[in-house]
Design a protein around this ligand. Structure first.
Ligand SMILES: Nc1nc2c(c(=O)[nH]1)N[C@H]1C(S)=C(S)[C@@H](COP(=O)(O)OP(=O)(O)OC[C@H]3O[C@@H](n4cnc5c(=O)[nH]c(N)nc54)[C@H](O)[C@@H]3O)O[C@H]1N2
Ligand SMILES: Nc1nc2c(c(=O)[nH]1)N[C@H]1C(S)=C(S)[C@@H](COP(=O)(O)OP(=O)(O)OC[C@H]3O[C@@H](n4cnc5c(=O)[nH]c(N)nc54)[C@H](O)[C@@H]3O)O[C@H]1N2
Ligand code: SF4
Ligand SMILES: [Mo]
Length: 686
């Protein structure tokens, strides 16, 4: 930093768990204060746009509720009674708890835990370096995209796709089960470009009338979890009407007569019955998709957050292979760029030290892990350090998560910006810097560049970065690794250099580094990242994860959902809220006033049948829990389907627990993940 008091615009990058990973321009009013934040024009994916919640980041970084000093619990667990404790004493307490847990049960009793509060190369995964050096339990990060990732990999071989900027060259953009108006604003800017330049059509498939359906040319609203039926019928129509690309199928896929016969059995009439989408709409979409060469399939994550989610993603992703749209500019498909970054993570994450014998605990099943029910054969978890995660709110089966975090024999330290419901259950709470106060690099999972995030202002209060906390604990625990003695910039610079991606100085000058390896489309198309280069219509599910039993060997509507039953006749989805980012921004006044309190969208016919007026208080529940919220009559979903947008704070519900109390923690096939939009519930007037 230049240290001057003069206002100036500083270029950095957004750290949030959002596929846009925007390059930002931040107005620095002084070494300790920011003004406005804008999307930067320096990178053509960000293209000068960022979302409203980050544009108002001054509200978050300068929020009066920011944690500014380390705290220790002084009342009973969960009482929320804390008193200040100095940094040294707080770090000593954590190191002591880790040593005690290790002495009693071995190092696997310590479970360092991180999630998506930041997607920084150091901020998110730097904790793994301490984990691997010390032999602590490993973490399987499943809460976000695992079912989608597995479903995409099943066909394509890797979580890679066409460059998402390709949507600007498409004639049809088929946005399947994603809501970019709320969750990826930049993508909408690229779609707008295609509409303007090429007269392109945006098609959105969702389970409720999302803001993106409102913005679409064609919107299809189906019964949650039934997307594969729609995709299969679309493929059957394409085959029937001779619109499949036979040469592409023969050259670049494992297509055979058995696959063809199987797909052809799925008629639009059958799919209409299953999905609730009128048959004529299915036919029209099938003809539009198969009849357009430049058709970009942009898969979201929402439709995979169900027990059949991976199989559904696979079925949907078959569409682009069937029509051979990969051979055309503006064609092909994209979900997330998770593979192919080519980063040497040994220094930052200690990834060369991974001991495969050390157990792996499932992030999403934190409740079951802490209850001793999902310990993968090892000792109980006795000590945790949680960074970038608000597990008490975001993880499924919230009652179990709380019970676990409140265990008297468990030590929990939470490193946070705010006193979240998770932090409130901790023994030690540490204040964390925001991205504006530390240096990091971010993976643009919704595009294909690394974005560069130098710090902009001094830390707020005594806040320290994740890297600083990891290094300070390492020193106390006697953990040895070169990364522990380096500054953030030193680790990032060395990481870029050993990855052949230049230097930190060059990266900050550019603002972004093209990195992930996309699948080429058009004339450059050279096959899929499968060992034989061919897309697989016949996935090898057991190769992808341990829960593959019963998964279909061909693209299928796999009837594996939390089916509505007599006691729980409604199906509930819990899609993201526009002004929150998971639970981040639930603390800022601007976002809170935009979202209002928790609301239940329900079809007017269901409301009439149950005598529920608009604005009435209602209860929803199942065997896992029950919640009270406000009814919102809404004709943008099918009867029998309910939607609650956003993860509103637990304190906004009279029960003192939030929406994830209703969500099951059973792992989604084949490799784990959470069925956040696959919930059977009952509904009553309150
Ligand atoms: N504003 C905002 N932005 C965000 C987030 C946020 O919370 N708020 N979260 C961030 C994170 S962590 C992620 S992973 C991404 C997620 O980004 P998305 O992929 O856009 O979000 P999803 O939760 O996956 O849900 C997307 C849509 O899927 C729909 N859906 C639910 N069930 C079904 C179904 O069975 N079929 C179909 N076709 N659609 C269904 C939902 O109604 C929702 O509109 O967004 C990121 N960006
Ligand atoms: N019902 C329902 N539940 C869901 C979802 C859904 O669609 N519906 N979506 C799921 C998805 S996709 C995801 S990814 C998860 C996300 O769940 P989480 O990854 O837990 O995300 P957040 O709720 O945003 O909480 C992140 C926390 O990290 C903190 N944080 C941010 N930056 C830093 C930092 O640099 N250092 C430290 N120490 N802390 C930091 C923030 O203050 C915030 O409290 O939620 C899941 N839960
Ligand atoms: S939250 Fe997403 S859209 Fe908003 S600034 Fe960050 S990366 Fe961009
Ligand atoms: Mo996510």
């Amino acid at each position: 930093m230049d240290g001057s008091l003069a206002p100036r615009i500083v270029r950095t990058a957004c750290p949030h768990d959002c596929p846009s990973a925007c390059v930002l321009e931040v107005e620095r009013l002084s070494p300790t204060r920011i003004g406005r934040v804008r999307g930067s024009a320096a990178y053509d994916y960000t293209a000068g746009t960022c979302c409203a919640k980050v544009a108002r980041y001054a509200e978050r970084v300068h929020h009066p509720g920011r944690l500014t000093q380390p705290l220790q619990r002084v009342g009973p667990k969960g009482s929320g009674q804390f008193a200040p404790i100095g940094w040294d004493a707080a770090l000593d307490r954590i190191a002591e708890a880790f040593r005690a847990a290790t002495a009693r049960h071995g190092p696997e009793a310590v479970w360092p835990y991180h999630s998506g509060g930041t997607l920084g190369v150091l901020g998110r995964w730097g904790l793994d370096r301490l984990r691997h050096v010390m032999g602590y339990s490993r973490q399987k990060s499943t809460i976000c995209i695992t079912p989608a990732e597995m479903g995409w990999k099943a066909g394509h071989g890797a979580a890679r796709g066409a460059d998402p900027r390709g949507v600007a060259e498409a004639d049809v953009i088929l946005m399947w089960g994603g809501n970019p108006v709320s969750t990826q604003v930049n993508l909408m800017a690229h779609i707008q470009r295609a509409r303007k330049r090429r007269g392109a059509k945006l098609v959105v498939v969702d389970a409720y009338r999302s803001p993106s359906i409102e913005a679409a040319d064609i919107g299809l609203i189906l019964r949650p979890g039934t997307d594969a039926a729609l995709a299969l019928a679309m493929m059957a129509v394409a085959l029937e009407e001779g619109a499949a690309d036979r040469a592409f199928l023969a050259a670049h896929t494992d297509w055979d007569a058995a696959v063809e016969a199987h797909i052809r059995r799925h008629t639009p009439a059958w799919a209409a019955e299953v999905t609730g989408v009128p048959e004529a709409d299915i036919l029209a979409l099938a003809r539009l998709y198969a009849g357009t060469k430049r058709c970009f399939l942009r898969a979201g994550v929402g439709f995979t957050r169900a027990r059949n989610g991976a199989a559904t993603m696979h079925a949907v992703s078959c569409l682009a292979a069937l029509t051979g749209s990969w051979l055309h500019q503006g064609g092909g498909g994209f979900f997330y760029a998770l593979d192919g970054w080519g980063l040497d993570t040994r220094l930052a994450w200690g990834s060369d030290l991974i001991d495969p014998k050390i157990r792996v605990l499932d992030q999403s099943r934190i409740g079951a892990v802490l209850a001793g029910e999902a310990l993968a054969g090892g000792p109980p978890v006795a000590a945790m350090l949680i960074q970038n995660a608000n597990s008490a709110e975001v993880a499924p089966d919230s009652h179990a998560v709380r019970r676990g975090l409140l265990r008297e024999d468990l030590f929990v330290a939470v490193h946070e910006h705010f006193m979240t419901p998770t932090a409130a259950l901790a023994d030690i709470v540490l204040p964390a810097t925001t991205f504006l106060e530390h240096d990091d690099l971010y993976l643009g999972l919704g595009h294909t560049a690394l974005t560069v995030g130098p710090r902009v202002i001094e830390p707020v209060g005594e806040a320290r970065s994740n890297h600083a906390v990891v290094c300070a604990l390492a020193a106390r625990l006697g953990a040895e690794h070169p990364g522990f003695g380096m500054t953030e910039v030193e680790v990032l610079d060395a990481t870029l250099r050993s990855s052949g991606k230049g230097s930190w100085a060059a990266a900050t000058a550019a603002g972004f580094i093209p990195a992930a390896n996309e699948i080429a489309v058009g004339e450059a198309f050279a096959g899929f990242p499968q060992p034989d280069g061919r897309f697989r219509f016949k996935p090898d599910w057991p190769a992808l994860g341990p829960y593959a039993a019963g998964m279909p060997g061909l693209p299928s509507y796999w009837l594996n959902l939390e089916e509505a039953a007599e006691a729980t006749p409604f199906r509930l989805i819990t899609p993201p809220a526009r002004s929150f980012l998971n639970t981040s921004f639930t603390e800022t006044p601007g976002s809170r006033s935009r979202e209002g309190g928790p609301a239940l969208r329900l079809h007017p016919a269901d409301a009439d049948r149950l005598g529920i007026a608009d604005g009435a208080r209602v209860r929803i529940g199942n065997a896992r829990g029950a919640l009270t919220l406000t009814a919102m009559r809404f004709d943008g979903l099918l009867t029998g389907v309910l939607a609650v947008e956003g993860i509103s704070p637990s304190a906004d519900f009279p029960e003192g627990i939030g929406i994830n109390a209703l969500v099951g923690a059973d792992p989604v096939a084949p490799a784990g993940g959470v069925a956040f939009h696959d919930i059977a519930v009952w509904l009553r007037p309150a």
